[in-house]
Every structure is written in structure tokens, then in C-alpha cells.
Ligand binder design. Structure first.
Ligand code: TMP
Length: 218
């Protein structure tokens, strides 16, 4: 799979709606890859570098109407540019594995499919900021919106700006993730996230193992 990527390392991204259990699964995959003796950089968006984490605070806290989808999009990509420059590209260039909790497909889903920013504009910004640094594999953790929102609300933290945007918004972005995954089945895997944690992580490991020939040799 990696023959076509523009980098030395491997770039794996987790995507999905609210409460799909991404952070638990990111941790489990990172532990398994490290157990193979690989250098793995675990990171997240929005955030992942000091500058991008500062922008994260502005983006994920406060009232749902604090920013328009267009303002969000530009701030997400400002954070992404810094994250790519400071963390992701240096790691991939030295041959490390990067496992990222959310990346550009969250902008396509939340600001595009959910928020109504024109897809053609998002692709223009993406080309300028992300360019060839595209993920090798995207794991979309999918589950029914209401169940995911219930789980996310039960966390009760202050990072709930997007959670409060309503069910219709979340249904649109779920459909956005699934459509994107269906368009590029070689790089995307849709994982049923409405199952036991262990079942999901075993499923993810088999997809990752199957996708990267170099893992089968270690
Ligand atoms: P998290 O709760 O998974 O850490 O993500 C923070 C929130 O940011 C989540 O509600 C999704 C949202 N988000 C976007 O709207 N667009 C983006 O590009 C990214 C990376 C996240």
C-alpha cells in the first residue's frame, strides 16, 4: 500500500463522529505497533503541536455559534499547517509511523457535509496545506449518531462545542464520512464502532496488518 505515498513513514488516521471511541482505539493500535519495535508518533487534531493546541481551545470550547463553518475551516487548516510542519512531516521523513486522531476528513465532514462549506473550496485549501502528505490508511469508526452523542455527553468535559450542534448536523457528517470512504476503498476502512472495545481493536489490527506489507515481516 505504501508504494504510492510521498513519504518514508506510514500515516494512519482515525476518523468518525462523536463518542465513537476513537481515542481508546488510537491508544490500543499505538501500543500494538510499538510492541513490534516500531517508532510511533501518537497525535491528534485539532492540535498535536503547541500552536495547534492553542487553536484547539478556541475551536472546541464555547457556544455552538461562536464561529461560522468557514471560520472553523480556516482555523482547522491553520492548526493543520502547523501540525504538519512541526510534527507530522518530520516524523514521516525519518520513517516513523504516525497515528493521528482525526485529520482532514473531519474538516470535510464537519465543516463541509455538516456545515455547508463548498467541497471544491475545501479541496483547494487541502491541496495547499496538506498536498502530498495524505494518509496511507483511514479508519472510519462508525456508529449510530444518537448513541455516539449519548456517550460523548456522558464524558461531561468542556470540549463540547461540536457535540451541541444537534442531531441533524451529526447525521450529515456521518453520511459525509461514509461517502468519502466509499469513494476510496483502497485507503479507507469503515469499522462498526458499536461493539465491544476488544472486538473493535482486533478488527482494526487485522485491517492495519492487511494494509501494510512491512508489518507482516515483523
Ligand atoms: P475530538 O473530540 O475527537 O478530539 O475532536 C474535537 C472536535 O473537533 C470534534 O467535535 C470534531 C471537530 N473537528 C472539526 O470540526 N473539524 C476538523 O477538521 C477536526 C480535526 C475536528
Amino acid at each position: 500500500m505504501n508504494k504510492l505515498s510521498a513519504h518514508q513513514g506510514r500515516f494512519i488516521v482515525f476518523e468518525g463522529g462523536e463518542g465513537a471511541g476513537k481515542s481508546t482505539q488510537v491508544k490500543a493500535l499505538v501500543a500494538k505497533l510499538r510492541a513490534q519495535g516500531l517508532e510511533v508518533v501518537q497525535t491528534r487534531e485539532p492540535g498535536g503541536s503547541p500552536g495547534a493546541e492553542a487553536l484547539r481551545d478556541l475551536l472546541v470550547r464555547g457556544d455552538a455559534t461562536r464561529w461560522s463553518p468557514m471560520s472553523e475551516l480556516l482555523m482547522m487548516y491553520a492548526a493543520r499547517a502547523d501540525h504538519l510542519e512541526k510534527v507530522i512531516r518530520p516524523a514521516l521523513e525519518r520513517g516513523a509511523w504516525v497515528v493521528c486522531d482525526r485529520f482532514a476528513d473531519s474538516s470535510r465532514a464537519y465543516q463541509g457535509a455538516g456545515g455547508g462549506v463548498a467541497p471544491a473550496f475545501i479541496e483547494q485549501v487541502d491541496e495547499a496545506v496538506v498536498g502530498h502528505t495524505q494518509p496511507d490508511l483511514v479508519l472510519v469508526l462508525d456508529m449510530p449518531v444518537e448513541a455516539g452523542l449519548r456517550r460523548a455527553h456522558s464524558r461531561g468535559d468542556a470540549e463540547n462545542r461540536f457535540e451541541s450542534k444537534g442531531v441533524v448536523f451529526h447525521e450529515r457528517l456521518r453520511a459525509g464520512f461514509l461517502k468519502r470512504a466509499a469513494q476510496a476503498p483502497d485507503r479507507y476502512r469503515v469499522i462498526d464502532a458499536d461493539r465491544e472495545i476488544e472486538t473493535i481493536s482486533a478488527d482494526i489490527w487485522s485491517h492495519v496488518h492487511g494494509a501494510f506489507a512491512d508489518l507482516r515481516g515483523v
